[in-house]
Design a protein around this ligand. Sequence first.
Ligand code: GDP
Ligand code: IMO
Ligand code: MG
Length: 432
Amino acid sequence: MPAIAIIGAQWGDEGKGKATDLLGSRVDYVVKFNGGNNAGHTVVIGQPDGSSEKYALHLLPSGILSPGVTPVIGNGVVVDLAVLFEELDALVARGVDVSLLKVSANAHVIADYNRTIDKITERFLGSRRIGTTGRGIGPTYADKMNRIGIRVQDIFDEKILTQKVEGVLDLKNQILSKIYNRRAATVEQTVEELLAYAERLRPMVCDTGLLLNQALDRGETVLLEAGQATLLDVDHGTYPFVTSSSATSGGACTGSGIPPMRLNQVIGIVKAYTTRVGEGPFPTELEDEFGEHLRKIGAEYGTTTGRPRRCGWYDAVIARYAARVNGVTDFVLTKLDVLTGLEKVPVCVAYDVDGVRHDEMPVNQTDFHHAQPIYEYLDGWWEDISEARTFEDLPVNAQRYVEAVEAMSGARISAVGVGPSRAATVVRHELI
Ligand code: GDP
Ligand code: IMO
Ligand code: MG
């Protein structure tokens, strides 16, 4: 039965957490398949008394908030064990049942030296920095590809763990001390820090690929939730200004052990405008009062680092690209409410690169850096849309905006977000 992927169609922070939460009651498993605690998902859950509870999740899949759902950290994730237990403890303190969590034995762990290397590499890069979250994500994935990474299963075999740490530190300590002039890490301390989590971790660890495929065999529903997004994907994003994992629907398979043929729906989350955190090209970026307006009304500050997000208009070229790369079957258009009160709403339909029109992503990154947006100007609306629950509840111009963006973006828009809470959603086509 169905495996469904939720992916970000832009540069992250599209509202994947809210979308996962929205579907949480209809699925049996929610799997994080890539990234680590670089992600930041804010989920707002309305309470019966009218108040709301806000959760910020980084390493854990957002599905952990849905009662009865089994949350899974897949093999494609990089796990900071200290953050894992901090996040679990914080949820337990708020009454969330986290007992079902499963962690892949093949996921890699983020060691202290990789957090250090992430931060100092950025400092050394100076103006060429990526603007990473400084969580050690890139260096840990680099170790995985270099075949010198430490995996979750290694924590349960002190001898093997010590051998692996000795091997990796032979190399890392050269880098730390000779290139960066930092104190070398010791094998004993590194091993001790990792071993400290072993007993608490042990009951959660299993072959998550087997678990998920057996669940699918039984007809259960598995939701695969991406961290980051298409334009931050290491293969398909704006390299080198990307994260170091596969955030697209292909990554949902490699990062979970679910084969591609079992994936029958891909839900792309796309914001009604665009944001980006960190460095890198961003054609529709606004450095004027409109950018400030979107940041303020949309509360566009990073959930993980608190950095102000760069803001710009909707870019249909990248939405189409995301639809193609991921095989998006449905889009969820989020934060439409943030666009209320604009006379005209510009939407980028193509780029001008040095006098040449591009309807698709330019082949060369240099051209993408030079891309000037070609805008179509849609009529705005002034009515408060936060209480809209059906498409017909939306003002006519908001409906036109959704329809126009849908026609440009390569897949149907099945739901529209009109506020942060789960209820503030207009459903046009049932997602599951
Ligand atoms: P993620 O990383 O993709 O899960 O997204 P983030 O949680 O980092 O950022 C999305 C932000 O927008 C969160 O603060 C959400 O609560 C909020 N949000 C999600 N959907 C909507 C919406 O439709 N309208 C408004 N106003 N806020 C939304
Ligand atoms: P969610 O899941 C937005 C960005 C960083 C930086 C680049 C590389 O909340 O959408 P990294 O620490 O991953 O090596 O940083 O990627 N980045 C994100 N931007 N949302 C995220 O996650 C991000 N995760 C990483 O800002 O530019
Ligand atoms: Mg986020």
